[in-house]
Design a protein around this ligand. Structure first.
Ligand code: ATP
Ligand code: MG
Length: 211
């Protein structure tokens, strides 16, 4: 019989939790590579994926039903023991704001936990427009993954306060986006190798993105 290895919870104050927010419509290898790189670089004990309910910055175009995006996120993260998925944003009424999510994590993990909000460079560049950005920067650090076509140096100019709370990391450049995957499905182009196979199967089985 295989020996069970018991890994105790780290002592309070040393718990480092990554929060990977996104629409995940659908989730793809760009998201997964970024989350894993952040976990590794900052020795995170876990990364929790939080599919958004109603993203405030995507008001003007339709987003796939939350249960589909949640299910695809579960399928994509199942093989990584450090990854979890939280339905908190899709269960919350109204628009999804990062500050509400971070405060909810604070309540769950306590005052001593170190929270890291993981984003791509494109998302972090818009941070000044985020709700309660000062409080957000107090409550958590940001890990910003460089993504093809976005220069993080631009952030230096955009953001003076709180810059020391934003940590850039380099991830292998993956020019994959959910927008492109949706377009490909609609136009009957292949999506294989852009996202995990169980997610690909789910998209075809449920008839998503056919337009
Ligand atoms: P869409 O095209 O619909 O906007 P997306 O591919 O940008 O989708 P989101 O769900 O909007 O995916 O992104 C969630 C987070 O993942 C954001 O912080 C985004 O910057 C980051 N991200 C998305 N694609 C990549 C990628 N290829 N490499 C690194 N980070 C990424
Ligand atoms: Mg996006």
């Amino acid at each position: 019989m295989e020996k069970l290895v018991f890994i105790p919870n780290p002592p309070l104050g040393e718990l480092r939790v990554g929060i990977m927010g996104g629409t995940f419509d659908p989730i793809h290898y760009g998201h997964l590579v970024t989350a894993e790189a952040a976990r590794w670089e900052y020795c995170l004990h876990k990364v929790v994926f939080v599919p958004s309910g109603r993203p405030p910055h995507k008001k003007d175009y339709p987003v796939t039903a939350p249960h589909h995006r949640y299910h695809m996120t579960l399928l994509a993260t199942a093989s990584n023991p450090y990854f979890e998925v939280s339905p908190m944003e899709i269960e919350r009424e109204g628009y999804s704001y990062a500050i509400d999510t971070v405060l909810a994590f604070r309540r769950i993990y306590g005052p001593e936990a170190e929270l890291f909000f993981i984003t791509g460079a494109d998302a972090i560049l818009g941070i000044l427009t985020w709700k309660d950005v000062d409080r957000l920067l107090q409550e958590c650090r940001f890990i910003a993954a460089t993504r093809p076509g976005y220069q993080l140096e631009r952030l230096e100019k955009v953001l003076v306060q709180g810059r020391h709370r934003i940590h850039p990391i380099e991830v292998p450049a993956l020019a994959i986006s959910s927008t492109d995957i949706r377009w490909r499905v609609k136009n009957k182009k292949p999506i294989k190798y852009l996202l995990p196979e169980p997610v690909e199967d789910y998209i075809y089985r449920e008839g998503l993105y056919r337009g």
